[in-house]
Design a protein around this ligand. Structure first.
Ligand code: NAP
Length: 285
């Protein structure tokens, strides 16, 4: 068997067309574009690259986005004050703060300060609580991207056994909750899990969000299973590989995502999708 390739690039292109149309409808109705601010505290070189990618995508979709660059020595109180100002700015509908923050700043300050109405990456305790209770709200964008990919590929979830590798607050845990909402039977594995292959081989759908290059090999995959790779790992020989050993897994899986070109291209698009939804919600109040 050779797996069907689930292309995040193709799905992302489809979704971008839909979102552009949604933004046009919003502008026609309210006379202004949805507004997004990316807050970046200087210090992490990768954050600048990620911020630019979000701004470029926003521009493509017609979302009014800007970067708020804060100096590396920004104090906790100054960060809080900046976020409160953005919370109160009616032209700003979504706020994202690039992680990681410098060591002297805690993610908790950000999570507890961003208005839940503008928390488009689902990091606030209220967003997490709503997700846990199955109420509508904003979700961490990578978990949302995996769900979008499963939906667009019409992967059955109801009654299916989904094994999630990884239990982080940004991917594994929220994803498990979203899968439960779709009536999947969910097993979450982590670094203390014994005999991983015996569990992964039971999966109808296997999602890897671990951060270990090519750790999931063909022997760990049930023939015909759908395999989604969230991992992005830089390798010494250059380039990025996933948590899935794609070359061997594609020979046994029914469907699989490549890396790069899988979940990655969808993640920022889902962030923008949630920003546009935030704008509609705020305008309706
Ligand atoms: P993380 O916070 O480091 O969490 C990794 C998880 O994997 C933890 O729950 C850890 O278990 C588990 N784990 C580690 N070694 C394991 C092993 N040998 N067997 C089973 N589980 C193991 O990472 P993350 O933020 O969730 O990200 C995961 C991967 O996704 C990374 O490669 C990251 O770069 C990538 N990522 C991609 C996107 C995208 O847009 N494509 C977005 C976000 C993240 P413990 O909890 O026991 O430590």
């Amino acid at each position: 068997m050779t797996a069907i390739i689930l292309s995040g690039r193709t799905m992302s292109a489809e979704l971008k067309i839909e979102l552009r149309e949604d933004v046009q409808r919003y502008v026609q109705r309210y006379g202004q574009a949805p507004g997004l601010v990316v807050v970046c505290v200087e210090g992490d070189p990768a954050s600048g690259v990620y911020s630019k990618a979000i701004l470029k995508l926003s521009d493509t979709l017609g979302v009014q986005a800007r970067l708020e660059l804060l100096p590396a020595e920004t104090t906790s109180e100054e960060l809080r004050t900046a976020l409160v100002r953005l919370n109160e700015d009616a032209a700003v509908h979504g706020i994202i703060v690039q992680m990681p923050l410098p060591a002297h700043l805690s993610q908790e300050v950000v999570a507890n300060t961003i208005s839940p109405a503008k928390d488009i990456d689902g990091i606030s305790p209220l967003s997490a609580g709503k997700l846990c209770l199955g109420q509508p709200g904003f979700q961490p964008s990578t978990a949302a991207a995996v769900m979008e990919m499963l939906e667009r590929s019409q992967t059955p979830l109801d009654g299916q056994h989904v094994v999630v590798l990884g239990r982080s607050n940004v991917v594994g845990k929220p994803l498990a909750l979203l899968l439960l909402q779709k009536h999947a039977t969910v097993t979450v594995c982590h670094s203390h899990t014994h005999d991983l292959p015996s569990i992964t081989r039971q999966a109808d759908v296997l999602v890897a969000a671990v951060g270990r290059a090519r750790m999931v090999t063909a022997e760990m995959v049930r023939p015909g299973a759908t395999v989604i790779d969230v991992g992005t790992n830089a390798v010494p020989e250059g380039g990025i590989v996933g948590d899935i050993d794609f070359a061997s897994v594609e020979k046994v899986a029914g469907a699989a995502t490549p890396t790069p070109g899988g979940v990655g291209p969808l993640t920022n698009v889902l962030l923008l999708k949630q920003c546009i939804r935030a704008a509609w919600q705020q305008a309706a109040q």
